[in-house]
Design a protein around this ligand. Structure first.
Ligand code: CAA
Length: 389
């Protein structure tokens, strides 16, 4: 029974900073951020867009009434959790008006957990014909002003609807996970920003990819050439490329290398302009790939999911005939093109207000046609959302 991705959408907040401006402000050569790291812009979220409102904004346009009646599980994957106890999925389930007899949970393992949510959803559906699972990956990547990780920040949410007979991608039964205990990037509960060993984090990513790929290839018999494209977790666009090149070795024909590297560039177009969205980064990359690369039905995509700490997974999906009709390319281009550019000074005020949870509705709610839900108040630790501006 085919189970997989039936619908897929994302939301990025209405503000961004350009890497040129950030580099000048940080007295750095812009080419380090634009070429060395491979980023052009980074999304900046206002206080009124938290992981819940972004998750709802990502999902709201793709869910039909029939979907809402048949979603039996909502899983939110995040490493920007706002509560140690209550799952963000409960608010999202409520705001999206999904039928009440659904399971709602939040999952954590750095940037990896959306993949765990998808595999859980796939297993959950295997004995529930006609039912659906909503996975939301929602995160705000923040390293601090003037920090080493600052050019790799970002914010956004991805919504993935899993179903039987999916219209975009069937998930194959070939996933392989790999876990290794490493302190490369983590965020203790007392800390506002993650603790990062930048060099170790890059090495750990590549080591995880190589070890997992070798084992995956051994167990499944798959070779690089069997895939039309690869899709990576993208903390910054150079990271996936560096890892990918380690397996595009002398055993792979040049024509295949060129095809796969071209597809890689298609897969990071959105990430380059949004930045790191942690749990959603692989799936933002998948949206970018599907919207910018031409596939024939049945062609396979190999996906590499990575969460620091570290857990990774390699799995594959097969493209479904007619998948193009389920994409929203025009909406996504418009959403990113119509964002407001912030100066670095103003981005810094947004950043500080977020830390202090100081709303400035007059400034923040101006002209974001893609935000139908926003956080309007926090009182006695209870969050209130408004569904119209
Ligand atoms: N022109 C072109 N390239 C330049 C340049 C210039 N003028 N100046 C420097 N570069 C290149 C460097 O050579 C380097 O390239 P290589 O990696 O190929 O050597 C690249 O720009 C970056 O330079 P540095 O490594 O010196 O940069 P840095 O130390 O200031 O920080 C970083 C880079 C470690 C990624 C940092 O931004 C960071 O800590 N980010 C957060 C952690 C992260 O994203 N890690 C990724 C793996 S972990 C993961 O994937 C999970 C997750 O989402 C967090």
């Amino acid at each position: 029974m085919a189970i997989g991705i039936d619908k897929l959408d994302f939301y990025a907040p209405n503000f961004f900073v350009s890497m040129d401006d950030l580099a000048v402000a940080r007295d750095t050569d812009p080419n380090k951020f634009k070429i060395g790291i491979g980023q052009s812009k980074m999304a900046v979220n206002p206080v009124s867009q938290d992981i819940i409102s972004m998750g709802v904004n990502a999902a709201q346009d793709i869910l039909s009434e029939d979907d809402k009646e048949n979603i039996d599980m909502v899983v939110v994957a995040t490493e920007s959790g706002i509560d140690h106890s209550k799952a963000a999925a409960i608010e999202i389930h409520d705001l999206l008006q999904i039928q009440p007899f659904a399971r709602c949970i939040e999952m954590k393992e750095a940037c990896y957990s959306a993949t765990a949510a998808i595999q859980l959803g796939k297993d959950f559906l295997s004995n529930r014909p006609g039912k659906k699972v909503l996975v939301i990956a929602s995160d705000i990547a923040r390293y601090g002003l003037n920090s080493g990780g600052e050019p790799t920040q970002g914010a956004g949410a991805i919504a993935i609807l899993l179903s039987h007979n999916p219209r975009i991608m069937e998930l194959n039964d070939d996933s392989l996970s790999y876990t290794t205990n490493v302190y490369d990037f983590w965020r203790p509960t007392s800390e506002r920003y993650p603790v990062v060993d930048g060099k170790l984090s890059k090495d750990a990513y590549i080591e995880s990819f190589n070890t997992a790929w070798n084992e995956y290839a051994k167990r499944t018999g798959h070779e690089v050439k069997d895939f039309e494209s690869f899709c990576f977790h993208v903390p910054f666009t150079k990271m996936g490329e560096k890892a990918f090149k380690t397996i595009l070795n002398e055993n792979v024909e040049d024509s295949i290398k060129n095809r796969l590297m071209e597809a890689y560039q298609d897969s990071v177009l959105l990430n380059r302009d949004v930045g790191n969205v942690y749990t959603g980064s692989l799936y933002l990359s998948l949206i970018s790939l599907l919207e910018n690369h031409e596939f024939n039905a049945g062609e396979k995509v190999c996906l590499f999911s990575y969460g620091s700490g570290a857990v990774c997974e390699i799995f594959s999906g097969s493209i479904v005939s007619g998948y193009e009709a389920e994409l929203n390319k025009e909406k996504h281009s418009d959403m990113l093109d119509s964002r407001e550019q912030l100066s670095v000074e103003e981005y810094e005020t947004f950043f500080t207000r977020f830390d202090n949870q100081e709303f400035d509705f007059e400034r923040e709610l101006k002209g974001d046609p893609y935000s139908k839900v926003y956080l309007s108040n926090i009182e006695d630790h209870i969050r209130t959302y408004k569904t119209e501006q």
